[in-house]
Ligand binder design. Structure first.
Ligand code: PHE
Length: 341
């Protein structure tokens, strides 16, 4: 007959590789190893025949074996109990619960599109602070104190120090570029701007702009027109018509407003174009010589063009959003509609 040690080794191997397929097999295991007539009991019975001097060591080995047999049983038993408490076993082949994926905000989608269109022709992106000083928002842009053009934009002043304003346009970021970057300059400045307007479907106290600036030798109005024509074609599609109307901005001369043929009716007249066939999308012009001088640039050597558009306006024209308030109400039914664009 195999020695006690050998028997234990063999049983240990059996226990280590034991995995019950079901609760009945686990019960068989319990009876076989731990039952009243089980192997553990039997082996303890055999201790009598172990010579006295080896008994202590054999007892330790046997106790270890008993613990192994019991812990194996306990671990499967508790596993079985927790699975039973959880209900039926998990079917790992079932598809998972889908996680709702967020969507980009429509204004961000359009802003990204504007940026990528201009990046393709060499414009880089510049940003600036939303709280601005008077110099960058007004004075340096050819709007000295008491200039009537300051009233074109209803400004929020910082109450503790009215020398600071919430920027009314991102032209202020362009002023910062002109003051810090070497020429030539070719940037677009996207960002949030603030104006003291009563909130309605057509006005809001904040909105988003993307303004562009190009200053170099020999920049002409023809360059401005061609750049904006390229933008319109990329943004609204081939065949979109453009027209320029003379306008006034203190920082550009000459100045213009640009209209595009209505994207909804194609020109025959609808609500978006107020039955004119045209929708205004941006202001633009050649950078005013005074503004260049303010930044130490000689207007006899350098010329430039600038333009500024509202991101909300472009989004409205492109996707027929007719209430500005929708952009900041965080209604997912509105926001989800832009999932695929
Ligand atoms: N800054 C002007 C505005 O906010 C837009 C503009 C920019 C016009 C550049 C002309 C040139 O209304």
């Amino acid at each position: 007959m195999a020695s006690l040690q050998e028997q234990i080794q063999q049983f240990e191997q059996e226990i280590n590789s034991f995995v019950p397929a079901n609760i009945a097999e686990l019960e068989d295991y319990r009876i076989r190893f731990l039952g009243a007539k089980g192997i553990v009991k039997q082996l303890f019975g055999e201790m009598k025949s172990v010579p006295a001097e080896e008994r202590k060591e054999a007892g330790q080995v046997l106790n270890g074996f008993k613990m192994l047999a019991e812990s194996k049983y306990e671990s499967f038993k508790s596993l079985q109990e927790t699975t039973a408490a959880k209900g039926p076993a998990i079917d790992n082949t079932l598809p998972g619960t889908p996680m709702p994926i967020g969507t980009r905000h429509p204004l961000r989608v359009v802003e990204n599109k504007i940026i990528s269109i201009f990046e393709r022709i060499g414009f880089s992106v510049a940003t600036g602070p939303e709280i601005e000083d008077d110099w960058h928002n007004f004075t340096s842009l050819n709007m000295p104190e008491h200039h009537p053009a300051r009233d074109m934009q209803d400004t929020f002043y910082v109450s503790s120090d009215p020398a600071w304003v919430l920027r009314t346009h991102t032209s202020s970021a362009q002023a910062r570029i002109l003051e810090s970057q070497p020429l030539p300059i070719r940037v677009i400045c996207p960002g949030r701007v603030y104006r003291n307007e009563t909130i309605s479907a057509r006005a809001h106290c904040f909105f988003h702009q993307c303004e562009g600036l190009y200053v170099d030798k020999n920049v002409s109005f023809a360059d401005l027109k061609q750049t904006l024509y390229y933008f319109v074609t990329e943004m609204f599609g081939e065949g979109t018509q453009v027209r320029f109307r003379p306008s006034y901005f203190p920082f550009t001369e000459p100045s213009a407003e640009m209209d595009i043929s209505c994207t909804v009716c194609g020109g025959s007249g609808c609500n978006l174009c107020k039955h004119t066939g045209w929708v205004e999308i941006l202001g633009c012009g050649m950078v005013h010589p005074n503004m260049l001088r303010n930044f130490g640039i000689d207007p006899e050597v350098y010329t430039g063009f600038a333009f500024g558009m509202g991101v909300e306006r472009i989004t409205q024209v492109k996707y027929q959003v007719n209430d500005l308030r929708l952009y900041s109400q965080n209604d997912v039914r509105f926001l989800r509609q832009f999932q695929s664009i």
